[in-house]
Design a protein around this ligand. Structure first.
Ligand SMILES: [Zn+2]
Length: 127
């Protein structure tokens, strides 16, 4: 999926606003193009993990589909580690086959590195 710079910037802004806690959200896609970033609440409010409320997730995905889009990616931030999926991420991703995994890494100075992965059967592949 191609993610326009404007949407990448929206995810980075979100990560900076929530830091040091992890942010999280969804990216809608139409075909092979990302079209919308939707912020979600990190129910865990933690710098080490994120948790999305099930009903809120259902509603967000429903809204994407109503607009003729589909869920393309789940994004979240890493504020203390490299932007690489943790074991927790890999376990979580098992519930979301085919959905890309975008991680916004923030270093100490707030500089962002954004990477996208596909996680399938516990294997991580960078896109
Ligand atoms: Zn993570």
């Amino acid at each position: 999926m191609r993610i326009p710079q404007e949407l990448v910037d929206q995810m980075v802004d979100h990560a900076r606003e929530e830091a040091p806690n992890e942010c999280c959200g969804f990216v809608a896609r139409r075909g092979d193009e990302a079209v919308e970033v939707r912020r979600m609440v990190n129910e865990a409010a933690s710098p080490l993990r994120f948790e999305i409320d099930g009903l809120a997730a259902y509603r967000a995905i429903d809204a994407f589909e109503a607009a003729g889009h589909e869920l393309g990616a789940i994004y979240h931030s890493h504020t203390r580690t490299e932007p690489y999926p943790s074991q927790t991420d890999i376990n979580f991703a098992a519930n979301w086959p085919g959905v890309e995994w975008v991680i916004v890494g923030l270093d100490r100075r707030g500089e962002a590195t954004v990477r996208s992965y596909l996680i399938e059967d516990g294997h991580v592949r960078e896109l």
